[in-house]
Design a protein around this ligand. Structure first.
Ligand code: SF4
Length: 392
């Protein structure tokens, strides 16, 4: 587990500020960018233009290990590195195991291929009737609209195509995807994903969401974006208003650690919620980042305060080069057991494993049933106390 920066005393489990102070969220320290004017720092295009992409860029912020240098060079052709200045400013420069650093800067282990690794761990290509559409479940599809992200997460499940210009979703491909959805009346829910769809311009997003909204049977649009974590500046008032024009739109995001729980992220989540863009968090269980109950708890109670519901806790999948992030399923189950009871059920996500090869999501639940016969079911509660309920 890692200490928090000073920027969010509540997430650090320190005394809560007064209600007034809670609304004056402040800003994160900017490290080497402290001289950058607010107008630039808060401009998402400036953040995109000034991303760290090379060893020399990153070494302005952290002292790289030999393994990290080797891994940056070794992964550049397959899954490149990029960090927004904002996300890089969250890194503890003196901690080689900083959870933000681990998620954003390649490590030597990423170059190793584990025997269980799969190129397409969720079998998405197998369920792809047309390029860019994954149709695995009856009533919903995943719509791949871009290969770009502001930060390339080292644990990405889709690293086989994300960041690769050859996997760009061209206009024709997006048109084919829209056509597929329009011809399938059973599709009532579309997950707009990538890559990160918020890397598209507002104009393109507006066109895309508008085209989906014009399909009568599309009831729900879900926008899958890590921008609230890696580039919260992306959500200006006009952008949020544009998204809200296409309601019902849900936002699925991906906070993994309290270091990511900043005033900037809080403001973005609250602004989205204010416009009815309900946010849900999809955390990935990562060794050395959040593989303990207290880190998950602190992140989740912070998310709830920003009106973002902890939705899933994902067992890391079998994507190539991420075996160093995977933890035993037993660790995830023990985290779930530790969460249930001490915190509200609102802060307890569903722990799932996305079955390798495309079997879909399978919930993993700690076993609270001690025995079950014709007369009674015997349970243990979160405190280990035993209770009996009639079997029928
Ligand atoms: S934001 Fe999502 S799609 Fe992009 S690199 Fe991270 S996990 Fe992968």
């Amino acid at each position: 587990m890692h200490d928090l920066p000073e920027r969010d005393p509540q997430a650090a489990n320190e005394p809560a500020p007064s209600p007034v102070a809670r609304d004056v969220l402040g800003a994160s320290p900017r490290g080497i960018w402290s001289d950058v004017p607010d107008a630039l720092w808060n401009d998402w295009r400036w953040q995109q233009r000034n991303r760290l992409r090379t060893v020399a860029d990153v070494e302005r912020v952290v002292r790289l290990t030999a393994g990290e240098r080797e891994a940056i060079a070794g992964t550049a052709g397959a899954f490149r590195m990029a960090l927004t200045p904002y996300y890089a400013s969250l890194i503890d420069p003196d901690d080689p195991d900083c959870p933000v650093r681990m998620q954003a800067i390649p490590r030597a282990e990423e170059l190793q291929r584990h025997p269980a690794d799969l190129d397409d761990p969720l079998g998405e290509e197998r369920f792809m009737p047309v390029a860019g559409i994954t149709h695995r479940y009856p009533d919903r599809v995943l719509f791949y609209v871009t290969h770009n992200c502001p930060v390339y997460c080292r644990h990405c499940t889709r690293k086989r195509k994300v960041s690769d210009p050859h996997s760009a979703a061209a206009h024709d491909q997006i048109a084919l995807g829209l056509d597929y959805i329009a011809r399938r009346p059973e599709v009532r829910d579309v997950l707009v994903s990538g890559g990160d769809p918020m890397t598209l311009s507002d104009e393109r997003l507006d066109q895309l969401l508008g085209a989906l909204r014009r399909i009568p049977h599309v009831e729900v649009i879900r926008l899958c974006t890590r921008n609230p974590v890696t580039l919260p500046q992306r959500f200006g008032d006009e952008t949020i208003a544009m998204l809200a024009r296409h309601h019902p739109v849900y936002v699925h995001t991906h906070f993994n650690h309290p270091r990511e729980c900043t005033p900037e992220a809080a403001r973005t989540l609250r602004a989205l919620a204010d416009r009815g863009l309900n946010c849900a968090n999809q955390m990935v269980l990562l060794k050395g980042v959040n593989d303990d109950a207290e880190t998950v708890r602190r992140t989740n109670v912070w998310l709830l305060r920003q009106r973002c519901r902890p939705y899933y806790l994902f067992q890391a999948d079998l994507a190539a080069g991420i075996s160093h992030f995977r933890v035993p399923v037993e660790t995830g189950l023990s985290i779930m057991r530790a969460l249930r009871g001490p915190v509200s059920g609102m802060a307890v996500p569903t722990y799932v494993i996305d079955a390798p090869g495309g079997g879909g999501k399978i919930p993993l639940v700690p076993d609270y049933v001690e025995s079950h016969d014709d007369d009674a079911v015997v349970f243990t509660n979160w405190q280990g106390e035993r209770y009996t309920y009639p079997a029928r």
